[in-house]
Design a protein around this ligand. Structure first.
Ligand code: NAP
Length: 516
C-alpha cells in the first residue's frame, strides 16, 4: 500500500484513521500516495490555529512577518527539485508547466515579502485620512485596518497545488492571519510536502500554517464570524460553499475564484503577417497547451474579424500541430497530461457538447502520444473549434472545457466583438491585440467592468508582456459574475481581505496615541 500522508493540525502531524484516497500518476497510472482526514479533530484544529497561530502572528509587525515570508520562499527554493519530481508524477506536467506552479508560488511569496517590508514595524494599517466630526476638529473619525482575529481557510483547486497555496498564504500570513489549507485531493501531495518542509524547518509560529488533505467534510462547520474562506474551483462547489449555513448565519467573508470563459480579441486593422496578428496566434496556441489548458485563466474563446477567420484558423492550427503530447519525462514532449481520468472524461464530454455547435478546425489526436499508453495516460491532444455563427452558438460562451480546447469566433465590427466577449458573463481575463493604442484603450475600458484583468498586447510590448494567462502578484486576479466575483493579489490590495475595517471616533489625543 502507498504512503498515507499525514495532516498537520493543532501543531502536530496526525494521520487520518480511514483507508485513505489514493493519488495517481496521470501518465503511468501508478498509485503514488494516499490522503485521509477521517477522524481529524477539526474544532481543536481551528481553535489552535485561531488562538495560537493568530496570536503569535499578530505579535509580530508587518516587517517581521514579511521576513518570515522571505524565509519560506528561500526554503522552498532549496527544495525545488523534489517539488518538480512530485509535479511530474502527480500532475503529469512538463517542466515549463510545473514551473508556473512551483516557481510562480515562490515568486509570489518573495513579492509579498518585499511589499510587506514597506509596511514597516506597525501592527495595524490606517485607511485614508482622518475626518473631522466636530467643530475645531478635536473629535475625529479615522479608519483602521486590523488583522482579522480568525483563520483563513483555503479550499483549493487541483491545477495549482503550489501557487494556489502561496498566492493566498502570502497576503494572509503577512496580514497576521493563520492559514488552514485543504488542497484538492487529486494533487494534494505537493501542497502537503511544501507545508511539511516549512513546518519541519520551524519557520512559522505553531498554528500559523496547517494542512488537511482528503475530504472537505466538516471544514465549513468550524467557521466563526472573523474567519475568512478562499475557494478556488468549480461554480457548482462555489454555490454550495456560499450557501453553507455557517457562512450565511455567521456572515463569514468568502472569496470565490470559479470557472471562466476567458477571451482573446484581435481588433480590426491588423491582418495576417502583421505583428498583432502573429502575437494573437502565438498567445492562443500557448494558452491552449500550457498545463494542457488546465488554467482558470486560459483563453477559451478567440475573436477575430470575419475576413480573418480562415487565416486565423490556419495559423493557430499550424502552431498547435507542433505540440508533442505524452509523458513529461520525455524531453521531446511539450504537453503532458490532464490531471486524472475524471478530468479526461470531463474534457471529452465538454468537447462533444461544443461540437454540437462548432466545427473542428484542428484535431491533434492524429499524432500518436509519445512514451504514453493511450489506454492509461490522461493525455489529450489540443483541439481548435470554430463556428461562423457565434451569436447562436450559446454553448461556446458558457461551457468551460478545462483542457487544451478553444473556439475561434468571427465578428462583424468592434461593437459586435465586445458584445460577444461579454456573453462570458464575467471572466478572469480578456486579452486584446492590435496596433492602434486609442482603439485598444477604448476596447479595454469597455471590457474592464466584466473582467478582473484586461491584458493588452500591442507590438511594442510583444516581447515584454507577461502573458494572457499568467497571474502576476502585482495585478488583480479574480472576476465578476461567472468567474466568482472574487479578488485576489493586486499587490497590497490583497491584504484587505484579511483585515477588518473599523472607524475609530475619538479625540485627536487618542488618535495620536495609537497612530504614530
Ligand atoms: P471542484 O471540484 O469544485 O473542487 C475544488 C475544491 O473544492 C477541491 O479542494 C475539492 O475537494 C473541494 N470540494 C469539493 N466539494 C466540496 C464541498 N462540498 N465543500 C467544500 N469543498 C469541496 O473544482 P476542481 O474540479 O478541482 O477545479 C477545476 C475548476 O476550478 C475549473 O472549473 C476552474 O476554472 C476552476 N479554477 C478557477 C481558478 C480561479 O482562480 N478562478 C483557479 C483554478 C481553477 P476534493 O478535491 O477533495 O473534492
Amino acid at each position: 500500500m502507498s504512503l498515507l500522508l499525514p495532516n498537520f493540525i493543532a501543531g502536530r502531524w496526525q494521520a487520518g484513521n480511514g483507508a485513505g484516497t489514493p493519488l495517481f500518476d496521470p501518465v503511468l497510472g501508478d498509485e503514488l500516495v494516499r490522503v485521509d482526514a477521517t477522524g481529524a479533530d477539526l474544532p481543536t484544529a481551528f481553535a489552535f490555529a485561531r488562538d495560537n497561530g493568530g496570536a503569535a502572528l499578530r505579535a509580530l509587525s508587518y516587517r517581521e512577518r514579511a521576513a518570515l515570508l522571505a524565509n519560506v520562499a528561500g526554503l522552498l527554493q532549496s527544495h525545488r527539485d523534489a517539488y518538480y519530481a512530485i509535479a511530474t508524477a502527480n500532475s503529469g506536467t512538463v517542466k515549463n508547466d510545473s514551473a508556473i506552479d512551483i516557481d510562480g508560488g515562490i515568486y509570489t511569496l518573495s513579492s509579498y515579502a518585499k511589499l510587506g517590508e514597506t509596511l514597516g514595524d506597525r501592527s495595524f494599517l490606517v485607511d485614508g485620512e482622518a475626518a473631522k466630526l466636530s467643530k475645531g476638529g478635536l473629535f475625529q473619525s479615522e479608519h483602521l485596518l486590523l488583522p482579522t482575529r480568525g483563520v483563513a481557510l483555503f479550499i483549493n483547486a487541483f491545477n495549482f497545488p503550489s501557487w494556489g497555496l502561496w498566492e493566498k498564504a502570502a497576503p494572509a500570513l503577512l496580514s497576521g492571519v493563520p492559514v488552514i489549507v485543504k488542497p484538492a485531493t487529486a494533487t494534494a501531495w505537493l501542497t502537503q510536502r511544501m507545508v511539511q518542509d516549512v513546518v519541519d524547518a520551524g519557520l512559522l509560529p505553531p498554528g500559523a500554517l496547517s494542512v488537511i488533505c482528503g475530504s472537505s467534510a466538516g471544514l465549513l462547520d468550524q467557521l466563526q464570524p472573523l474567519d475568512v474562506v478562499s475557494f478556488t474551483g468549480s461554480a457548482e462547489t462555489a454555490a454550495l460553499i456560499r450557501s453553507h449555513p455557517a457562512i450565511v448565519q455567521r456572515s463569514v467573508r468568502v472569496n470565490i475564484e470559479a470557472d471562466s470563459l476567458n477571451s482573446a480579441l484581435l481588433l480590426p486593422g491588423d491582418g495576417p503577417g502583421s505583428a498583432a496578428f502573429e502575437l494573437l496566434v502565438k498567445e492562443v496556441a500557448r494558452e491552449m497547451t500550457q498545463k494542457s489548458g488546465q488554467k482558470c485563466t486560459a483563453i477559451r474563446r478567440v475573436f477575430v474579424p470575419e475576413a480573418l477567420y480562415g487565416a486565423a484558423a490556419e495559423a493557430i492550427a499550424a502552431r498547435l500541430a507542433k505540440t508533442t503530447v505524452g509523458n513529461p519525462r520525455n524531453e521531446s514532449v511539450r504537453m503532458g497530461a490532464l490531471v486524472s481520468r475524471a478530468q479526461l472524461a470531463s474534457v471529452r464530454e465538454g468537447l462533444a457538447l461544443l461540437q454540437g455547435q462548432a466545427d473542428v478546425l484542428h484535431d491533434g489526436s492524429a499524432q500518436p502520444l509519445i512514451d504514453a499508453d493511450p489506454a492509461v495516460a490522461c493525455c489529450i491532444a489540443p483541439t481548435l473549434l470554430g463556428t461562423r455563427t457565434p451569436d447562436s452558438a450559446g454553448r461556446v460562451h458558457d461551457t468551460e472545457v478545462f483542457g487544451p480546447v478553444a473556439t475561434l469566433l468571427p465578428y462583424r465590427d468592434t461593437a459586435h466583438a465586445l458584445a460577444l466577449v461579454q456573453r462570458g458573463q464575467g471572466s478572469l481575463v480578456s486579452s486584446l491585440y492590435g496596433s492602434d493604442p486609442a482603439a485598444l484603450g477604448a476596447a479595454a475600458l469597455e471590457l474592464a467592468c466584466w473582467h478582473g484583468r484586461v491584458h493588452v498586447v500591442s507590438p511594442d510590448v510583444g516581447a515584454l508582456h507577461t502573458g494572457h494567462g499568467n497571474v502576476m502578484p502585482q495585478s488583480l486576479h479574480g472576476g465578476p459574475g461567472r468567474a466568482g466575483g472574487g479578488e485576489e493579489l493586486g499587490g497590497l490590495r490583497a491584504l484587505n481581505f484579511y483585515h477588518r475595517r473599523a472607524a475609530l471616533q475619538a479625540s485627536t489625543a487618542v488618535h495620536a496615541a495609537l497612530v504614530r
